[in-house]
Ligand binder design. Structure first.
Ligand code: 5GP
Ligand code: ZN
Length: 128
C-alpha cells in the first residue's frame, strides 16, 4: 500500500488498525465493521484492504474480490441476526439491503470502496 494512501484514507487506516473500529470480520483481503453513524439498527461496512477508490475503478481482475464481498454480506447478515430466511416462493422473514455508493451523485463520501449492509427493524434513516 502506498504511504500516501494510508496517510489520507480513513478506511486504509481502519484496515491498518491505526483507527479503531467495531470489527465483525477480517481476513487477508477484507475487513468488516459497524458503521460509526448507523442508518439502520444493523449497519455494516465491508471494505477491501486494497485501496480502490470506487466501484467504477474495478475491472475483471476485481471480480473475485467483489463476489467475496457480496457473499460475505449475506453471511455477516446471518450472523448479525438480519439474514433472510426463505420459507418458500418469495415468502420469508428478515432480510437486509446491500449498497455501493459510487461518486458524488451516488452519495459516496469515503473514496475507498465499501459495501453497506443494512438491516433490522424500521425506521431506517433515508430509507422507506
Ligand atoms: P459513503 O457515503 O461513502 O458510501 O459511506 C461512508 C460511510 O462511512 C458512512 O456511512 C459513514 O458513517 C462511515 N464512516 C465514515 N467514517 C467512519 C469511521 O471512521 N468509522 C466507521 N466505522 N465508519 C465511518
Ligand atoms: Zn483507502
Amino acid at each position: 500500500m502506498a504511504e500516501n494512501e494510508l496517510n489520507d484514507c480513513i478506511f486504509c487506516k481502519i484496515a491498518a488498525k491505526q483507527i479503531p473500529s467495531k470489527s465483525v470480520y477480517e481476513d487477508d483481503d477484507v475487513i468488516a465493521f459497524h458503521d460509526i453513524n448507523p442508518a439502520a439498527p444493523v449497519h455494516l461496512l465491508i471494505v477491501p484492504k486494497e485501496h480502490i477508490p470506487t466501484l467504477a475503478d474495478c475491472d475483471e481482475k476485481h471480480s473475485a474480490l467483489l463476489g467475496k464481498m457480496m457473499l460475505l454480506a449475506s453471511r455477516l447478515a446471518q450472523e448479525q441476526g438480519i439474514g433472510y430466511v426463505a420459507n418458500g416462493e418469495g415468502v420469508g422473514t428478515g432480510g437486509f439491503r446491500t449498497q455501493f455508493n459510487v461518486g458524488p451523485a451516488g452519495g459516496q463520501e469515503v473514496y475507498h470502496i465499501h459495501l453497506h449492509v443494512y438491516g433490522g427493524p424500521r425506521p431506517w434513516r433515508g430509507f422507506r
